[in-house]
Unconditional design. Structure first.
Length: 278
């Protein structure tokens, strides 16, 4: 979706879908926007908090957030997100629960239960967005597929893509295949460790937040095995991570990002030199 196509009706529908899943029979009132003059797309965007992510100078992605919470956790957000393809936005959910809670903390298990609830609710809401005809990450995947053309060259590089957000993983796969890479993808940490042993890829493009094992646990497992220890790992995440955690990978890419930056960081992590602009 382009920002100029955003209307108050679309936002109201997205909030209603979110609210129905997040609060169910809860009696609290859903936000109403009728008291404000909302006519143009810019008026609608004014109802959000605008956030700019600039992971390196000149490489910006924009997202618009609205903190709506849920019945168990007040900080979850509705997103209007730009990711991978510049100018293409979609509705999503940010669980906003990336606090650094270590296993030895007294409330660790309770916090993990909150995070599991939030992640399940995020999936439910985003599936409901799609069912309601709202643009989701699947729409970005479709845009990428329509405009992708295979490169004449074969870079002879294999990338193992690990991400549990399947629509976004498919988009990244489409973009990388069009760039000339061979791509295999899995959606959880344990499968990533096994696939790396079986495939011996040239690069593991690894999301930090994964089921079964998180990205750092995957890195530890790969480095502990002589057959996979030398495979470079490019870590991606929308979460806050420490410098120490970033340093455990060979490259780092903060979400959201555009496809141009994806290509640059992948090529840099692989050590590819020469012409990169198409």
């Amino acid at each position: 979706m382009k920002l100029e196509d955003l209307t108050l009706d679309l936002l109201t529908k997205a909030v209603a879908v979110y609210w129905g899943k997040a609060y169910s029979a809860d009696s609290r009132a859903m936000p109403k926007f009728g008291e404000r003059k909302v006519v143009t797309p810019q008026d609608v965007l004014g109802l959000f908090q605008r956030e700019v992510v600039e992971v390196q100078p000149g490489q910006q992605s924009v997202r618009y957030t609205m903190r709506l919470g849920n019945r168990n956790y007040p900080f979850m957000k509705l997103l209007l997100q730009e990711h991978l393809i510049a100018g293409e936005y979609f509705f999503a959910v940010d669980t906003h629960d990336e606090m650094e809670i270590k296993p030895d903390f007294p409330d660790y298990q309770a916090w993990m239960q909150v995070r599991r609830f939030n992640n399940g609710l995020k999936r439910d809401i985003e599936a409901a967005f799609s069912s309601a005809g709202l643009d989701t990450a699947a729409c970005v995947r479709d845009v990428a597929a329509r405009r992708a053309t295979s490169e004449e060259c074969d870079l002879q590089c294999t990338i193992l893509l690990v991400d549990d957000e399947e629509d976004l993983a498919l988009t990244v796969e489409t973009l990388l295949r069009a760039r000339g890479y061979r791509v295999f993808k899995v959606h959880d940490g344990k499968a990533a460790v096994q696939a790396a042993q079986d495939l011996r890829p040239d690069l593991v493009l690894l999301d930090y937040e994964l089921p079964e094992m998180d990205g750092l646990e995957v890195i530890d497992a790969l480095q502990a095995n002589p057959t996979t220890a030398e495979i470079p790992v490019l870590l991606t995440t929308a979460s806050r991570v420490t410098v120490e955690e970033i340093s455990r990978a060979d490259g780092f890419l903060a979400k959201p990002f555009h496809e141009k930056l994806l290509y640059e960081v992948v090529e840099r992590t692989l050590g590819i030199r020469g012409e990169t602009e198409r």
